[in-house]
Design a protein around this ligand. Sequence first.
Ligand SMILES: Cc1ncc(COP(=O)(O)O)c(C=O)c1O
Length: 437
Amino acid sequence: MRPTPTSLAPPVPGPVPRRPWLDHWLESVKDLAELQASHPMVDAVIDEIDGRMIRVGEQWLADFASCNYLGFDLDRDIIDAVPAYLDAWGTHPSWSRLLGSPVLYEQIEERLTALIGAPDTLVLPTITHIHLSVIPLLAASGTIFLDARAHKTIYDGCQAARARGAAVRRFRFEDPEHLDELLTAERDPTRLVCMDGVNSMTGNPPDLPAFAAVARRHGALLYVDDAHGFGVIGERGVGITNPYGSRGNSIVRYFDETYDNLILVGGFSKSYSSLLAFIACPTPVKDLLKVAAPPYLYSGPSPVASLATVLAGMDVNERRGDALRDELERLTRRTLDGLERLDIFTPNRSGLPIIEIPLRDHGQIDSVGRFLFERGVYVTLAAYPLVPKDEVGFRVQLTAANTDAEVDTLLAALEELAARGVLRPAGELPTARSAAA
Ligand SMILES: Cc1ncc(COP(=O)(O)O)c(C=O)c1O
């Protein structure tokens, strides 16, 4: 039968069903929201601390969720240094930096520039401020090449840049060759590559020399966020026995790289236990950021206590930082050796103090978290959508202020979890992490 003309006519397009943005978002964060509402290890109120032991309600737990890698938050020399700064400067300057910066900022930037061996540095309150304001400026209306597994704050900075006319392309995690391919195919002359230094989940640094070489070959500026590496990893060389390197002067020095065509971002809020962050860049870029990066002009500054703990932390880093990094490396090695003995998989290949332990079944995150809580172990739960479903699990972080007894408690709990079969065996192939783009 010949179709009637009406049945040949294309369907009249009706309104495209669109879910409101909020519904979509609530659906994406459903797993996390459930944990937030009911889980003792998510959105917890910490009532008291004693060293790296914390009390949540009646329960004391060994804290493996802290990023205070060097233990500076508890360091007596640093705590004792703060009152003199408060006497001299009050609690909070409140000028935005463009209006006026206490000389403490100059002191921090000078010492930081010397420590990391960069051309210059500019400090602002947080890395989040830096990504959101600096990435759009550097990208302009050019093209950003974004690591597919970049930290959410880098991603948000790129989204802000996109809203102002930049294009964003993703390259596969840990894959400089893919970046090379994308850059080769790109006609846009303005190119910015954005990625993490030490990864906040895997604990592994990227192959910085390989990424830097690709970026330089294609005339792209490389922008690296080493929030977790600064204070932990640093320059290596003759006489330095710690595999983390010395001085904690971050990933560029760790790889003996240069700052040519490379912008380094780091923060004091992890290893230095202080609310402050920095961008290392040439002086002309710093001068541009002073007038064009909104936080320098529009945001409030860090509190004086944080400027004080940064300066006192730099003193302690000079005097005993390497001893603290030795202790951090020893505790981390004990933990990783324990995982190997128990046949537990972790993506950590670096030996750095961030140890992610994925579950066999993402649906067990709630019960595994409760088990760890009952055993007195506090970790970061990595629920969906913080990580892809096949990587749901928990993250253990070591600090120099943890003790051997705390590591024993952790390993005993992990042994029980491994015996129950909820963790992945070490021999199991990692999930298609690098294909996750
Ligand atoms: C890789 C990375 N970048 C940025 C941030 C955010 O840093 P800030 O608190 O200084 O904004 C974090 C915090 O956890 C992080 O892990």
